[in-house]
Design a protein. Structure first.
Lengths: 330, 360
């Protein structure tokens, strides 16, 4: 049972007036959480706050940012995509296997293929009216199994690195190219959403699907598009992982599923849909990455690491979620 | 979080401008430490040991060995674990290498063969001293790198033969045995079985009745052994298992069948197997000496970092080598139940004393 939390669905949520100080603060909470975490890590180990250390952290975060950004679209529509990590693992195997034949085109082929697979899941969700949770849960098992079969259950090495070398460069000697790509992706998708009716359609679908349908929003097509982008993002993240690890493996990204979901939620996007943005997920992904790599590096023993990780995630969500925009907490 | 399109456009603009104006480089700024070998003050050396999991007794003992070495030289070891997750291992390593790497010494257990190249290249670029153990692709040569000091592994043929010989002795030099193989497409399983075949050639009266794979798994070994015991009955005098988990599964099958006249051998020296050897229910196992592994990798790096040993002076056959492994039977099991490191093993002029030769 979910108890409706009756807050005033404030008129200013409908009429976009001047936001109050509190609202402004909440909207910047993901960034504040990021800064606080960085400060805490620096206190724990003053050597952590260096340029090269931050560079490494954002480089590490790039695949997670991309995965989370794609899945955010599905979450905004009120669904969930649990298949992103397994699809990403499968894509790393595809990449390693296709590279010798396709060369420089492999990256595009991978993104197209994973986009198509994502679209397929979207169609299954919309056409057969199966909950997205179930469709993508099934997808997760299927993709993992396919990856295991086609890779002979082991990693496939990538010897020719020309196709992925560009991702390992540093823009201006500081910013890792993979992170720049992730930023451009987030910016581009956000821009497209904002400049087209897509954003209103997605929000409407997320807040109330039936109302959106009555209002004439193309709900089904919007959902399929969201799954397509989510799949394509999994493919892009796979290329980033391969560029880093010089191999594809059927389990390479599997452990990124929960961090990606955590990134979305820590960013303050409502898991129930409607409220949130890709920028929030970017900040969330950075928080999660800092936790993943920062805690062991500053010397937190591995037994306590998981406890801290869990506690900080819950605390961060408590801070970042704008409750005035979310009426029902499930 | 209201981002107007103006903000969005600004971010894109700045990003693109940065990309076009400043161009791209191969390395992150502030790099290029290329530590002048041997320039480190012993107190400035950072020691890092990284294994999969502290809940695995062997790997926990490995890190304890690293702690013991660190204490010996008045330092502490940073203990890292990555839960058997290759991606996490790479993330930890790249974060570590982004810190102060000038006097950084890493003793790493790569998750799999394919995880070794990125670790090695990262360390080489950052100028951190690296020793790897167990896993590396055969075509990756340690001598092609300056920072990758050494790779240590164990000769599976040798360990397979050692326990094969111990088994032959336990069954009195003649009789039927069965073999439980590991995951067939791993080098460890193939090498260990080849060792058994060598042992059989040297003990012509021992007959291999059957060999089946149980995939290094205790549960599968239980089932396979039950089947083979039914098939061959009292002809089975001994069971050769490619690791201790399978040996323990076989022991359980023997217990269920009420047989206590069958000798069982395994490899790895896991605590349960050592207990079984103490009790006399198991005959032998082989230990790679985890605590020594945890210490020796740090010791090699420490000696090079402090200048007591130059990379060029490490013989080519000591850059990738097989380390000595120990056959454990009832008479010496007490020495291995709570293994300890020996300071003399980590002296800079004694680092490679356990070498059984270069990796072939």
């Amino acid at each position: 049972m979910s108890a409706p939390v009756l807050t005033t669905p404030a008129p200013d949520a409908v009429v976009p007036g001047r936001p109050t100080v509190g609202q402004r603060l909440t909207s910047f909470m993901p960034v504040i959480a990021l800064v606080v975490l960085l400060a805490a890590l620096t206190v724990a180990d003053p050597g952590f706050l260096t340029l090269s250390s931050l560079t490494a952290a954002v480089r590490t975060s790039a695949p997670l940012v991309v995965l989370a950004a794609g899945a955010t679209l599905v979450v905004l529509c009120g669904g969930i995509d649990l298949s992103i990590a397994a699809l990403c693992s499968l894509a790393t195997v595809f990449f390693a296997l296709w590279l010798p034949d396709l060369g420089g085109l492999t990256t595009f082929a991978i993104i197209a293929a994973t986009g198509a697979i994502g679209a397929l899941q979207g169609v299954a969700h919309v056409l057969f009216r199966i909950p997205s949770f179930i469709v993508t849960l099934g997808g997760m098992s299927i993709f993992s199994a396919i990856a295991l079969v086609i890779s002979d259950a082991g990693p496939v090495r990538v010897v020719d690195r020309d196709a992925t070398n560009w991702l390992t460069l540093y823009v201006g000697g500081v910013v890792p190219m993979a992170f720049v790509v992730a930023l451009v992706l987030v910016a581009a998708v956000s821009l497209v959403l904002r400049l087209t009716p897509l954003e209103s359609w997605i929000r409407a679908t997320g807040y109330s699907e039936s109302a959106a349908r009555l209002a004439g929003a193309p709900v089904d097509r919007v959902k399929i598009a969201a799954f397509t982008v989510s799949g394509a993002c999994a493919g892009l993240a796979a290329v980033m992982l391969v560029s880093r690890n010089f191999s594809g493996s059927p389990t390479m990204a599997d452990n990124l599923l929960l961090p990606a979901v955590a990134a979305i939620v820590v960013g303050g996007t409502a898991i129930t849909g409607g409220h949130g943005s890709l920028w929030r997920s970017l900040a969330g992904a950075l928080v999660v990455t800092l936790l993943r790599v920062g805690l062991p590096i500053v010397g937190v023993p591995s037994a306590y690491e998981q406890i801290l990780y869990g506690a900080i995630i819950v605390a961060a969500v408590a801070l970042t979620l704008d409750r005035s925009k979310v009426l029902i907490i499930k | 979080m209201k981002f107007t399109s103006r903000h969005t456009a600004a971010v894109i603009g700045v990003t693109l401008a940065a990309a076009t104006l400043t161009g791209c480089t191969e390395e992150a700024g502030g790099g290029g430490t290329a530590a002048a070998a041997g320039a480190c003050d012993p107190a400035d050396v950072t020691l890092v040991g990284q294994v999969r999991n502290e809940s695995n007794p062997y790997e926990a003992a490995w890190l304890d060995g690293g702690d013991a070495f660190a204490e010996q030289v008045g330092l502490t070891q940073e203990r890292l674990t990555y839960d058997g997750d290759s991606t996490r291992q790479q993330e930890q390593i790249s974060q570590l290498l982004a810190g102060d790497t000038e006097c950084l010494v890493m003793n790493v257990l790569p998750n799999g063969d394919s995880d070794t190249p990125p670790i090695v290249e990262g360390a080489e670029e950052a100028g951190a001293y690296l020793v790897t153990q167990w896993n590396k692709p055969a075509d990756l040569n340690v001598t092609d790198y300056d920072s990758w000091l050494s790779h240590i592994t164990y000769d599976g043929v040798e360990s397979g033969k050692q326990i094969g010989d111990a088994l032959a002795e336990a069954v009195g030099g003649s009789g039927g045995i069965i073999a439980l193989q590991g995951i067939l497409d791993t080098g460890a399983a193939k090498d260990r079985f080849a060792g058994l075949e060598e042992s059989l050639a040297a003990n012509p009266d021992v007959e291999l009745l059957d060999d089946q794979t149980a995939n290094f798994s205790r549960a599968e070994a239980l089932e396979v052994t039950k089947t083979l015991l039914t098939k061959h009955g009292d002809d089975v005098k001994g069971i050769w298992a490619a690791n201790d988990d399978m040996a323990l599964g076989a022991l359980e099958a023997l217990q269920q069948a009420g047989r206590d006249d069958v000798a069982v051998v395994g490899i790895d020296a896991v605590p349960d197997a050592l207990t079984a050897i103490e009790d006399g229910t198991m005959t032998a196992t082989v230990s790679s000496d985890g605590p020594w592994q945890g210490g020796i990798g740090l010791a090699i790096g420490y000696c090079v970092a402090t200048g007591e040993l130059a990379v060029e002076d490490i013989a080519a056959e000591d850059r990738a080598w097989y380390a000595e492994q120990f056959l454990i039977e009832q008479d010496n099991v007490a020495d291995f139940v709570s293994p300890e490191t020996d300071e003399a093993d980590f002296a800079c002029d004694n680092l490679f004393s356990r070498s059984q030769g270069a990796m072939s």
